[in-house]
Design a protein around this ligand. Sequence first.
Ligand code: C2E
Ligand code: CA
Ligand code: CA
Length: 559
Amino acid sequence: MGYRFMNGTDNLLRFVRKLGMDAKATITSLTRAVAMAAPDYHIARLEIDLSEVPAFLPNAKTRLMTLYEAPNPPEENGEALLQRFHVTREGEILVSIYPGLTPWTETEKDELVIFSHICFFYFGRIRFADVVEKSAFTQYLSGLPNAGGYISRVMPIVAQRRITEYDAYYFNLRSFGLISRRYGAGIGDQVIQKYAEILRVFRAEDEVIGHLGGDNFVALIRKENSPAFLEMLSGISVTVPSKNGPVTVQLSAVAGGWHITDNQVEQSDLISMPGIALNIAKNVTHQSACFVTEEMVRRVSEEKQVMQLFPKALAMEEFMVYYQPKVDSRTNELTGAEGLVRWKHDGETISPGLFIPVLEREGEIEKLDLYVLRRVCEDLVAWQKAGLKPVQISVNISRKDLSDPGLASEIDVILSTYGIDRSLIQIEVTETTDETEHGKMTEFLNRLYEMNISTAIDDFGSGYSSLSTLRNFRIGTLKIDRSFINNEEFSKNDEIILTDIIHMAGQLGIGVITEGVERTDQLEFVNRVGCYVIQGFLYDRPLPRDEFEKRLENRKYEA
Ligand code: C2E
Ligand code: CA
Ligand code: CA
């Protein structure tokens, strides 16, 4: 009957997580109840009465939450001894205890003990939170204001319409994780405490510095003090004692800032606005500080919108595939096309540059990529039915999709489902310099090779790993990046490199194509280095399906 208490603890853990550290119920009485129940009683049900804790679970449907229920509770025939334990001012634990039908087994008794220990442990933490709550506005480690404390100190300044005298910051310590890993969490904590001390000394009377936890700090600094503040963030050394002698670490922060220029400030902006800039400083500009701009704010809201609209857009088939022809410049014949996604939303066409990076970051891109593949398969089937001889269509697969080990099989299943001749589909992936990605990529490309599905390396030459790409990957085609032909003048170095790469590719049986060819001088250049298959505005832009069907009929371009 081992599962009984497992059920109980599971529910309990879920419950505790839901309430988090803020819950104030204590379990001592419950532990006592459990102990009392053994050995002669079965506990039929443990419930916690939340009727007086609406703040914790505003949406809870019932006021009683069951922590544990016996799998086969005896019928409630009046014999139950209902025990009510008043736990705190906020809640009660109800325990229904029934006389035992069968004596407890030894295992059950053991489990009971474990169960009560777990209860005690978790609710003990919650009791600890009670203590912390006394200083609800203070971060326990650093003693600086926490989020609540920070806001409650800043909002009066907003109310006095003095907030425009300040800049707001959100900052992290660079490689703080490294310090903790190297010297241990204890030293990490001390470093934070020392750092907080330095911040406190820096702070002027009417400024606010807060600690949100971990290495997340916020600050409201007078505009005239901003330069000195940033200077301090850029690097200070901190020394803390340890059992192996003093440890000195160099601390530099990455900061997001917000020049406040308007008195109309929402509470949530105080942290979110500099937070947007911090994100950019950390992940885009890789600088030590960055200030939020209107453009960044617009981007963030657009990205949010993308994620909100995406599931419905996919279901409503708002995504369309456009086809951009590939042409053999020697014969001017259509040889293939690339499927490129477009999002038709509210009568507007949204270009992939706007939503693909967001979907990649949020881990949703695979859904779109496989959707595009299915749509391409549908079109291929339709063209064949209509008697149009199709050409090979390439489909983009994001590198992020490679984290799905089943991706190659998934592609295989889709092609089989639609009965597509394997020679009609090509999979395009971009190069990678990342070690783990490289391994996954090799595996993915090998699987496709075994399945007889053609592959292309997209944007070839824009990364760093070009030679190893040729050596290690089994690929069908190199797609030369348009950066090679984008310059005003063609570089002699590029010409030499490209000629050699294209020659090597030829020897290895790998095809080449250049994309982004817009002008005849560019075409001449790529022809000179030995590439003849072209995808670019010189021949065609990406075309909606019905336009592209006309190309499938004609097959040939004017010379
Ligand atoms: P990409 O795979 O490198 O696609 C080529 C891009 O270059 C396309 O932009 C195309 O319209 C553009 N292009 C083609 N010829 C020329 C030219 O002569 N001049 C110029 N200036 N541009 C040209 P698009 O359609 O905006 O796509 C942008 C990127 O979005 C694609 O770059 C690809 O990385 C991504 N993408 C598009 N569709 C999908 C998809 O279904 N899945 C995934 N994962 N990514 C996609
Ligand atoms: Ca591509
Ligand atoms: Ca490309």
